[in-house]
Design a protein around this ligand. Structure first.
Ligand code: HEM
Ligand SMILES: *[C@@H]1O[C@H](CO)[C@@H](O)[C@H](O)[C@H]1NC(C)=O
Ligand SMILES: *[C@@H]1O[C@H](CO)[C@@H](O)[C@H](O)[C@H]1NC(C)=O
Ligand SMILES: *[C@@H]1O[C@H](CO)[C@@H](O)[C@H](O)[C@H]1NC(C)=O
Ligand SMILES: *[C@@H]1O[C@H](CO)[C@@H](O)[C@H](O)[C@H]1NC(C)=O
Ligand SMILES: *[C@@H]1O[C@H](CO)[C@@H](O)[C@H](O)[C@H]1NC(C)=O
Ligand SMILES: *[C@@H]1O[C@H](CO)[C@@H](O)[C@H](O)[C@H]1NC(C)=O
Ligand SMILES: *[C@@H]1O[C@H](CO)[C@@H](O)[C@H](O)[C@H]1NC(C)=O
Ligand SMILES: *[C@@H]1O[C@H](CO)[C@@H](O)[C@H](O)[C@H]1NC(C)=O
Length: 331
């Protein structure tokens, strides 16, 4: 962001705080950001405790449910892929992104964001965006799961629109490599980056409906028969329980390691879109093999790709959402 815009944003924040002190209702306050404007340490002076508070919220809920870490990382992806990283995924409403089948009943980790935002609105009101909280929390979720640390560029603004139809851009779990490649290219990501980011599935879980296309009567020949039997039996048993979730990394589902890629080599990927990276295309197969053999190379690539993802899109117009739950836009 240009220096002048920073000053403008800061003075807008100050005047907004003043107006509320004077009990004047602020008119719609829109902030404008621009390409490459995110900065590491964005809250250094305006809210020095911002990142620490988010980190504590992630740690607090990791004790309650260690799978929240995966939920948060996925939520950051679903936020950034749809209208850019603007916390549109957190907005609630009858036609919000959350009602899209890609999100309905599968997002989790909301309490982490809500705790962080609630504390931040006390410590530094109207300063830290929900989108930045989600981005910090995604980093902290990776770290608390044993993955690498990276500095998160920040300064995102929160959007005012969340539209269920927009979320149709999210890739589907039954996509083949051609479809996945097109989807990622539409957001400016190449095949290597796509294989890299798919490694996020080294943590977390999936509902039966996201991989049942690979089970009898349409058994997928690229699914390891032993795993097929387990998945079929679990999903049979849990037919009555739509909340059942299967680990995406069947070996270390809570650990942010490169086991995901080793699983693909053993035909133990859970989603079509996972195993296809190994079986559909010789280029992506080569990348899977490299990452399966070299944790550090994958980690470095992951950091670069997720920072790039966190920069989507180039331009944003928004606000610092005030709702402690990050669920509704400012009035
Ligand atoms: C390559 C295309 C992708 C597809 C088709 C895909 C699809 C899915 C699906 C269907 C689930 C299971 C959701 C559920 O049933 O609850 C899932 C879970 C997950 N996804 Fe992806 N995903 C993709 C890429 C990504 C990316 C780029 C990230 C993050 C960088 C990511 C992070 C996650 C995480 C962490 C989970 C586990 C969530 C939990 O346990 O609550 N995914 N994904
Ligand atoms: C915030 O402080 C860190 C550590 O001193 C520094 O690396 C970073 O550049 C600072 N960022 C801003 C935007 O002031
Ligand atoms: C979300 O899932 C619930 C429970 O499965 C279902 O009742 C509801 O209709 C779904 N909502 C949308 C918008 O699809
Ligand atoms: C959501 O987006 C679609 C497609 O752009 C549009 O047709 C629809 O009117 C939008 N819905 C709302 C509630 O704005
Ligand atoms: C990928 O899926 C699309 C859509 O179903 C299909 O047209 C295409 O032939 C598939 N490509 C490969 C290589 O399987
Ligand atoms: C994909 O993008 C990354 C990051 O920009 C770059 O290092 C890599 O060379 C690209 N790979 C291909 C195959 O274009
Ligand atoms: C799952 O249910 C189907 C249909 O009822 C049945 O044919 C199949 O044998 C069951 N599979 C397992 C592994 O229990
Ligand atoms: C794999 O994907 C690359 C990049 O899209 C493409 O050029 C190549 O033809 C594909 N190879 C196969 C075997 O499908
Ligand atoms: C950013 O904008 C440039 C120029 O319009 C475009 O080429 C690029 O794909 C955009 N990047 C992303 C990540 O949307």
């Amino acid at each position: 962001m240009a220096r002048s815009q920073q000053v403008l944003a800061a003075s807008l924040r100050t005047s907004s705080a003043l107006m509320s002190l004077l009990q004047v209702t602020p008119v719609l306050l829109l902030l404008v950001g621009s390409a490459g404007g995110l900065q590491v340490g964005y809250y250094n002076t305006s809210c020095p405790l911002a990142e620490a508070i988010v980190q504590i919220a992630v740690a607090r809920y990791h004790l309650t449910d260690p799978f929240f870490a995966a939920g948060i990382l996925r939520m950051h992806f679903h936020d950034c892929w749809v209208r850019g990283c603007d916390a549109s995924v957190l907005l609630v409403g009858p036609d919000s992104e959350q009602t899209n089948p890609a999100n309905n009943n599968s997002l989790r980790g909301f309490p982490v964001i809500q705790l962080a935002k609630t504390v931040l609105e006390i410590v530094c009101p109207r300063t830290v965006s929900c989108a930045d909280i989600l981005a910090f929390a995604a980093r902290d979720s990776v770290v608390i799961s044993g993955g690498p640390y990276w500095d998160v560029p920040a300064g995102r603004f929160d959007g005012r629109v969340s539209n269920a139809t927009d979320a149709n851009i999210l890739p589907a779990p039954f996509f083949n490599v051609t479809q996945l490649t097109e989807n990622f290219a539409s957001k400016g990501f190449n095949q290597t980056e796509m294989v890299t980011l798919s490694g996020a599935h080294t943590i977390g879980q999936a509902h039966c409906g996201t991989f049942s296309n690979r089970l009898p009567p349409t058994l997928d020949s690229t699914l390891n028969p032993s795993l097929a039997t387990v998945l079929e039996s679990e999903c049979n048993k849990s037919g009555a329980d739509p909340n059942f979730r299967q680990d995406l990394d069947i070996v270390t589902p809570l650990y942010f390691d490169n086991q995901y890629y080793k699983n693909l080599e053993d035909f133990n990927g859970v989603l079509t879109s996972d195993e296809a990276l190994y079986t559909d295309n010789s280029t992506t197969q080569g990348t899977v093999e490299i990452f399966a053999d070299n944790t550090l190379e994958w980690q470095a690539a992951f950091i670069a790709a997720i920072i790039k993802m966190g920069n989507l899109p180039n331009v944003t117009v928004g606000e610092i959402r005030e709702d402690h739950l990050c669920q509704v836009v400012n009035s």
